[in-house]
Design a protein around this ligand. Structure first.
Ligand SMILES: O=P(O)(O)OC[C@H]1O[C@](O)(COP(=O)(O)O)[C@@H](O)[C@@H]1O
Ligand SMILES: [Mg+2]
Ligand SMILES: [Mg+2]
Length: 335
């Protein structure tokens, strides 16, 4: 049964952002229900078009975008920037906020019953649509994600730590379960799409080679690997038990800046992770001081436990011959 108040504990949410958060949670709860019904509610994973980035659009991508856009109209959102829309949409000319959204993240997992999510980022609205989003990511006033997994959860930050809420499936209310999430320092897990190994730069190969070399290698420790192909799911795992995520730039055409989009994927996840004591970079420099070049611009993205993220950057700082020497000696995947 749908409850009147979609979030039970409001103390951590600034009063003026509560209508936006209520709207996001209401639509999130509906999506969670739709996702749980899976094929009983229609072909959610059916390809229905192509978005501005050239990615195939699934039925659920479009459904989620329409539902968020419609509900946020009455939540003081002036500018709405979505992965699924080429341009920024004006929702309420009187609205005070600009909201960027990846309505459905990890769409390749819709049909295989694996965790997917919604990512959002909130700024004060400026008079001009694009200028409201093409600005330093550290100007975000709120960010977070909803994960639709075995449990539906919300992770948010408003600049005072990261909070975690669990949706009670009976009442569909989001209930605070952790008021101060902290990224663990101790995990020995890395996440990267290793099928792209041959396309990576030398620093990335050297970093991963050293992880894979385990106890016998320079790290003198065994590592585990995970790749869900849902940024939200990888973020949630790292918030829960630490580790490092990498989606670097690579040599494939169109991947000069990696795959993930700055405005509605990397900026909000960076804010959530850093407020939980982690680090987020473009492999070398922090994400939060950076601005997107354009609405759907990509950026390389590395985040997680601070020691691991800093170590990745250190591999880029090694002189070229030194990385080559390391790479030559340690290249376990060499064809
Ligand atoms: O298929 P790849 O190259 O491993 O990319 C996986 C990445 O792409 C994404 O699915 C992109 O998100 P969308 O589903 O919103 O397009 C990320 O969630 C994930 O980290
Ligand atoms: Mg995404
Ligand atoms: Mg998406």
């Amino acid at each position: 049964m749908q409850n009147e108040t979609p979030i039970r504990d409001l103390a951590h949410i600034p009063a003026r952002l509560r209508p936006i958060m209520a709207a996001l949670c209401e639509v999130g709860a509906e999506l969670s229900h739709t996702i749980q019904r899976g094929p009983l509610g229609g072909a959610l994973g059916a390809e229905v078009g192509v978005n501005t980035d050239g990615d195939g659009q699934k039925a659920l991508d479009v459904m989620a975008d329409e539902a968020f856009g419609a509900r946020l109209r009455s939540a003081s959102v002036r500018w709405y920037a979505s992965e699924e829309q080429e341009e920024v949409v004006e929702l309420d000319p009187e609205g005070a906020f600009a909201l960027a959204i990846d309505p459905l993240d990890g769409s390749s997992n819709i049909d295989v019953n694996v965790s997917i999510g919604t990512i959002f980022s909130i700024y004060e609205a400026k008079d001009e649509a694009n200028a409201s989003f093409l600005r330093p990511a550290q100007e975000q006033i709120g960010a977070g994600y909803i994960i639709y997994g075995p449990q539906t959860m919300l992770a948010t930050t408003f600049g005072k730590g990261t909070q975690l809420y669990l949706m009670d499936p009976d009442s569909r209310q989001f209930v605070l379960v952790n008021p101060a999430v902290k990224v663990s320092q101790s995990s020995q897990e890395f996440a990267i799409n290793a099928s792209n190994y041959r396309h990576w730069s030398k620093p990335v190969r050297a970093y991963i080679d050293d992880c894979i070399a385990g106890e016998e290698g320079p790290r003198a420790s065994n590592f585990n690997m995970r790749w869900v192909a849902s940024l939200v799911a990888e973020t949630h795992r790292i918030l829960s038990r630490g580790g490092v995520f990498l989606y670097p730039a690579d040599a494939r055409k169109g991947y000069e800046h990696g795959r993930l989009r700055m405005v509605y994927e990397c900026a909000p996840i960076a804010f959530v992770i850093e407020q939980a004591g982690g680090l987020a970079t473009d492999a070398q420099d922090p994400i939060l001081p950076q601005s997107a070049r354009e609405l759907h611009a990509r950026t390389p993205f590395v985040f997680g436990s601070p020691d691991k993220v800093s170590r990745v950057a250190a591999y880029y700082d090694l002189p070229e011959q030194e990385v080559s020497a390391l790479f030559g000696k340690r290249g376990l995947f060499r064809a």
